[in-house]
Design a protein around this ligand. Structure first.
Ligand SMILES: Nc1ncnc2c1ncn2[C@@H]1O[C@H](COP(=O)(O)OP(=O)(O)OP(=O)(O)O)[C@@H](O)[C@H]1O
Ligand SMILES: [Mg+2]
Length: 375
C-alpha cells in the first residue's frame, strides 16, 4: 500500500477540513444565509470557491440544521441541462429520512423526477421531445414543500452561476420562484466571470438586479500559506525549509497556484530531508512545463490587442500605458483602453485598489514575462 502520498491537492476542490484561512468568509456567508439573505460570491477561477462553498454547506448543515444543496451549473446550455443538474444535486446531497421524504414529494409531482437512477435525465434521454420545464418548476419549488413537510430550511448554492446567462429567460424563471423563498430557503450564486455576474446582478433590466448581497473572495495571506505548507511537509516527514519564501513570492496569494507549487516542491524532496533552493527551482520549472499547454491555449483564445495589452502590463509593471512599451509593441492607447475592460470581465486581470492592474494568475504573468524577454 502506498502511504507516502503528496498532501497538496491542486486539481479539484479540497475537503472542508483542508481549506486554508477562509474562516471569516465562511462565517460571513453563513450569517447571510441564516439571516435569509441571498448572496452572490465572486472570485476568479481557481480561487477556491467550490471548496469554500462545500465547507459552508457542511457547517450550515451541522451547525444550523440547513438542508445543503450544491448545484453545479458549469457549462449548462439548456433548460434540460439545468433541470438534470438540479435533480442530481438533490440526489447527491440527501440522505436517510429526508431523502425518503423528498423522493415522495418528487413522485407526487408526477413530472418524472426521482432521486434514484431513473430520474429526469433518464426520461429525457428516452423521450428527447419531452418538455423539461414542468420538472424544473417542481424542483425550484421543492424548498417550499420541504418547509411545509417539516420546517426544513434549504441552503441552495448555484456554482458557476454565470453559465445560466446563456439560457434565454432562465434568470427570470429563477427569480419568479426564489423571490417567495425568503422564509424557506437561502441561495448563494457563485461565479468566476465578473463581467457575466455583473450583467446578471447589476443590470437594471435583468430580473435578478440587486437580488443578492455581493461577496468577494480574495487571495490567501502569505502567512497562512506558509503555515499550511510547512505543516504538511512536517506531517509527511519532510521539511519545507528555505524553499517556502520563493514559493510564496511566486504564488502571490493565488490559492491554486500555491498548492500546485507546493505539490511540485514536495515531489522534489525525499522523505526525511529538507527542501533546498535547487529543489524549489526544479519544482518551479516542472510547474511551468506542466502549465505550458494551458497558457498556450489561453493565449490563443485572446485577440491580438488583448495579448499586447497583457504584455504591456507585464513590461510596465502594472501600468499598461508606458509610451516606450506601447511603441515597442506597436500598440495604441485606444486599443489598450478597449482591451482592459474585456480582460477584466473574464478575470484575466484585476484592477488594484492602489491603482493600476495585475494579471490575476501569477504564473501566467511569469509566462508572459518570458514571452517579452524572448521577443
Ligand atoms: N482555501 C484554500 N485552501 C487550500 N487550497 C485551496 C484553497 N482555495 C483554493 N485552493 C486550491 O485551489 C484549487 C481549486 O479550488 P476550487 O476548485 O475550490 O476553486 P474554484 O474557485 O471553485 O475553481 P474553478 O474556478 O475551477 O471552479 C484546489 O485544488 C486547491 O488546491
Ligand atoms: Mg469551482
Amino acid at each position: 500500500m502506498i502511504t507516502d502520498v503528496n498532501p497538496f491537492v491542486y486539481s479539484h476542490p479540497v475537503a472542508p477540513e483542508d481549506v486554508i484561512d477562509r474562516d471569516e468568509e465562511v462565517r460571513q456567508l453563513l450569517r447571510h444565509v441564516v439571516g435569509g439573505h441571498f448572496v452572490r460570491l465572486y472570485a476568479p477561477r481557481k480561487y477556491g470557491k467550490t471548496s469554500l462553498l462545500r465547507r459552508a454547506l457542511r457547517d450550515g448543515e451541522r451547525d444550523e440544521g440547513l438542508v445543503p444543496v450544491l448545484v453545479d451549473l458549469y457549462r449548462v446550455s439548456s433548460v434540460a441541462d439545468v433541470t438534470v443538474r438540479l435533480e442530481r444535486a438533490y440526489a447527491k446531497e440527501l440522505k436517510g429520512e429526508l431523502r425518503k421524504r423528498v423522493e415522495a414529494l418528487l413522485q407526487r409531482t408526477g413530472v418524472g423526477l426521482s432521486l434514484g437512477a431513473l430520474g429526469i435525465s433518464a426520461r429525457l434521454q428516452l423521450e428527447p421531445r419531452r418538455d423539461p420545464l414542468p420538472a424544473l418548476h417542481a424542483l425550484l419549488e421543492l424548498p417550499l414543500r420541504l418547509d411545509a413537510s417539516g420546517g426544513y430550511r434549504a441552503f441552495v448554492v448555484f456554482d458557476e452561476f454565470q453559465d445560466i446567462g446563456r439560457i434565454e429567460g432562465l434568470d427570470g424563471l429563477l427569480r419568479s420562484h426564489i423571490q417567495h423563498h425568503g422564509e424557506v430557503a437561502s441561495y448563494v450564486f457563485a461565479g468566476s466571470e465578473p463581467g457575466l455576474m455583473r450583467l446578471l446582478f447589476e443590470t437594471k433590466e435583468r430580473p435578478l438586479y440587486g437580488a443578492a448581497v455581493p461577496m468577494r473572495l480574495g487571495r490567501l495571506a502569505d502567512a497562512d500559506i506558509a503555515g499550511y505548507v510547512a505543516e504538511r511537509f512536517d506531517l509527511s516527514g519532510r521539511s519545507a525549509g528555505e524553499a517556502v519564501n520563493p514559493l510564496l513570492r511566486a504564488a502571490r496569494g493565488h490559492p491554486q497556484r500555491a498548492m500546485l507549487l507546493a505539490h511540485r516542491l514536495w515531489e522534489e524532496v525525499a522523505p526525511g530531508t529538507e527542501a533546498t533552493i535547487e529543489a524549489w527551482e526544479a519544482a518551479h520549472a516542472a510547474a511551468m512545463r506542466e502549465l505550458e499547454p494551458e497558457f498556450d491555449a489561453q493565449w490563443r483564445g485572446l485577440d491580438l490587442s488583448e495579448q499586447k495589452t497583457l504584455r504591456s502590463l507585464s513590461l510596465g509593471d502594472g501600468s499598461p500605458y508606458r509610451s516606450a512599451v506601447l511603441r515597442r509593441l506597436e500598440l495604441t492607447k485606444d486599443a489598450v483602453r478597449r482591451a482592459l475592460p474585456r480582460l477584466a470581465a473574464t478575470a484575466e486581470i484585476e484592477e488594484l485598489d492602489a491603482g493600476g492592474y495585475a494579471i490575476v494568475d501569477p504564473l501566467l504573468a511569469e509566462w508572459i514575462g518570458r514571452l517579452n524577454d524572448r521577443a
